[in-house]
Write a protein that binds this ligand. Structure first.
Ligand code: NOJ
Length: 564
């Protein structure tokens, strides 16, 4: 196996808007990240992925880019970005830029020009089609395809009298990757950022650059918005891989950079290998969403709390399917959540009764799986989902679109409980730095309301508590990156133990003579297992237990790393 820096990295994702506000406007910014670099370094990570900070009208918090070559004033300046890159490098931390290739903002000059007339030289930078007209003379979108953000994948443009495609919000028109000139413009932009010193990219929404060019209606049943949620019409399509190989050839292969593509929901392991196989000539690794969706919180929007099932067997099987499927074929990233998912502490942890143990347990799994671990900011202190009591506290564009529709058939209480469980706002609350007003995130009212538990769950408190989740992450990262177990934890084989056990997630990691067993109890109840092998040493325990025999009596949310 080839060894590379990005296989050995531990990454930390920063959602810039919610990380740290240096200029008291209620929004996190790049100077805020710079001020917190010592903290980031203290966790032990050596790679950060920063969410988009380009110039943007912020319809989707920066994923709607209006200028790829500049920083939005909300976040700072281009000089701040350069300082951030320099200061991070000085601390041995590399930086991944969030590269948005699928769409721009409708306020990007390309789109303004493109929509100005049907003969505009930039017309083919986007996807324009005539609508359909029914017998009564009513206008309809070109196809019945649905968008990810509710409603149709098309929006009518009054200026030029055609529809443009947009699989996210109305203000995020999709780029047309069939245009060779557009592709060259995007490659130029990516090269420019690499030349500024970024070390690679997290590539946004990458599965969607090619669509079904027949533009025919989907035959899937229509949903309540009267559109077909047929993601296959614009996901993982064959033409896409040609575009991405060209991107690799023209840009990536000329730099010692790292790439992680977001392939989203529904991508198979086989697709994972196509994108990130060792000889794919595309990406180094790709995120899938499968493990994030492994309990039924998303099942329907009328779910009651008591109906939530944590299916550990299914979750283990999903990790295992990806790990075994990619084995020897390609590298993988692992993560519990990002800015698009609810907080893992509220999904698989037990914030009420076993906050500390369950938080450290989740860290133990993340940091001992094969692949590059990505920690999401706040996860290292066990931040939780929101406790909001009004739908107005939810600010996300996706949520707003959802509420508009859902209020036609659900009560506000049902909507609220669904959002508290599933919405993207859960991960986007201000980082909890201390028990000061607004959690020490800002001195002004934050762009999104704090979670009420910040007086107890915060960095300052956990920093000085040797048994905190934060210090568990530090110890685990140390073990992964700088110990005699590093090689086996990074490059070792993975073999699941007790696949059918309803609560225990345990596995072997082996490399040459090194052999480690990781044993975790994802339950508020004690559990017992008998290990297949004796061990010499307990290398980590989140509850200070010191077992010596193969018969383990696991405490609630106990996590152990045992050296054989
Ligand atoms: C995926 C990003 O993670 C998400 O936040 C964003 O809304 C969409 N891509 C569109 O860019």
């Amino acid at each position: 196996m080839n060894k590379t820096w990005w296989k050995e990295a531990v990454a930390y994702q920063i959602y810039p808007r919610s990380f740290y506000d240096s200029n008291a406007d209620g929004v996190g910014d790049l100077p805020g990240i710079i001020q917190k670099l010592d903290y980031i370094q203290s966790i032990g990570v050596n790679l950060i992925w920063i969410g988009p900070f380009y110039k943007s009208p912020m319809d989707d918090n920066g994923y709607d880019v209006s200028d790829f070559y500049d920083v939005d004033p909300l976040f700072g300046t281009l000089d701040d970005a350069k300082t951030l890159i320099r200061e991070a490098h000085a601390r041995g931390i590399k930086i991944l830029l969030d590269l948005v290739l699928n769409h721009t903002s409708d306020e990007h000059p390309w789109f303004i020009e493109s929509r100005s007339s049907r003969t505009s030289p930039k017309r083919d930078y986007y996807i324009w089609r005539d609508g359909k007209v029914d017998a009564k003379g009513h206008r309809h979108p070109p196809t019945n395809w649905g968008s990810f953000f509710e409603g149709s994948a098309w929006n009518y443009d009054e200026i030029s009298g055609q529809y443009y495609m947009k699989i996210f919000s109305d203000k995020m028109p999709d780029l047309n990757w069939e245009s060779a000139t557009l592709r060259q413009d995007m490659f130029k932009m990516a090269r420019w950022w690499l030349d500024q010193g970024v070390d690679g990219f997290r590539v946004d929404a990458i599965a969607h650059l090619a669509r079904d060019l027949s533009f025919t209606d989907s035959t899937l049943p229509l949903n309540r918005h009267h559109v077909a949620p047929d993601w296959g019409k614009f996901s993982n399509r064959p033409e896409l891989f040609g575009y991405l190989r060209e991107f690799h050839d023209e840009v990536l292969r000329h730099y010692d950079c790292m790439t992680v593509g977001e392939v989203g929901g529904g991508a198979s392991v086989e697709a994972g290998v196509k994108y990130a196989g060792y000889d794919s000539q595309i990406f180094n690794m790709v995120f899938n969403f499968d493990t994030c969706w492994k309990n039924n919180i998303f099942a329907n929007d009328n779910l009651k709390d008591e109906d939530i099932v944590i299916d550990v067997v299914d979750m283990k099987a999903t990790f295992n399917r990806w790990i075994q499927g990619m084995k020897d074929k390609g590298w993988m990233p692992h993560y519990w959540l990002n800015h698009d998912h609810p907080r893992v502490m509220s999904q698989y942890g037990d914030p009420k009764h076993h906050h500390r143990e369950s938080g450290a347990l989740l860290g133990t799994i993340l940091l001992t799986l094969p692949g590059t671990p990505f920690i999401y900011n706040g996860e290292e202190i066990g931040m939780t989902n929101v406790d909001y009591t009004s739908v107005d506290d939810f600010t996300d564009i996706w949520v707003k679109n959802y509420v508009k529709e859902a209020s036609k058939h659900l009560t506000m209480d049902q909507i609220l409980s669904h959002l508290r469980r599933t919405s993207r706002n859960n991960a986007r609350t201000p980082m909890q730095w201390s028990d000061a007003l607004y959690a020490g995130f800002s001195t002004a009212k934050p762009h999104q309301k704090n979670v009420g538990n910040y007086p107890t769950i915060n960095v300052a408190a956990q920093d000085k508590d040797p048994d905190s989740i934060l210090n568990a992450y530090r110890a685990l990262i140390q073990l992964r990156r700088h110990s005699d177990l590093s090689e086996v934890l990074i490059y070792g084989d993975f073999k699941l133990m007790f696949p059918e056990h309803p609560h225990v997630f345990a596995y072997h990691r082996t490399l040459g003579k090194k052999h480690v067993m990781v044993v975790t109890n994802l339950s508020a109840q004690p559990n017992q297992v008998v290990l297949p092998t004796a061990y010499r040493k307990v290398r980590y325990s989140n509850v200070h237990s010191a077992p010596t025999t193969k018969a383990l009596h696991l405490q609630p949310y106990e996590a152990l790393i045992l050296e054989v």
